[in-house]
Design a protein around this ligand. Sequence first.
Ligand code: HEM
Length: 184
Amino acid sequence: MANLPPPLRKAVLTVHVVSAGAWIGIDVLVAVLAALALGDGPDAVRGLALRALAAFVVPPMLTAALVCLATGVLLGLATRWGLVRYWWVAVKLVTTLVLCTLIVVLLRPGMADVGAAGTAVEAGQVPAADVSFLAYPPAVSLTALAVATVLSVYKPWGRVRPGRAAPAGTARGKSRAVPVPARR
Ligand code: HEM
């Protein structure tokens, strides 16, 4: 894939960073709602928090995650960073794929039970389903996203296959290699 022209790369990078920030923000909201839902506050507050989690969280979270993934993959493919050329990008790719899978496979299917639990709690009943699992998604996701943000800023660990020279003129490194200048 050809390199993105600089203005386009900056536009994609902006969308990438905004979507990552939105994802983190939604996770913070989930943490607050889960704390309210699992806390020992009034039934009305716990029930409302559960119903809000069930109704509003998954679509924006999944949208932000997929936009972050798509723009990240585009930036990887169309810049010198590559997708699995540098550890910091490869680890972010795996992290994001795992988180997106967890949202689709675990979080989304559980939301029907969470909504029903909210309705039951508001009515002063004991919910049929155990919703104590709600503490884990924001804890896992916020930790992973914080690590991904640190990796993005510090870009540690270098190349996945050390010793390969930087590619010339292409994003994928298929053309001749450029010698890396010695540091003075
Ligand atoms: C897990 C969620 C992610 C977060 C929180 C995140 C965050 C960021 C941030 C803050 C930057 C800006 C760094 C800078 O300009 O110095 C960045 C850049 C970048 N990200 Fe991500 N990212 C995530 C996922 C991904 C994924 C899945 C990929 C691709 C596989 C990816 C590939 C890249 C690349 C290649 C850049 C550098 C772009 C450039 O400078 O041209 N990111 N990311």
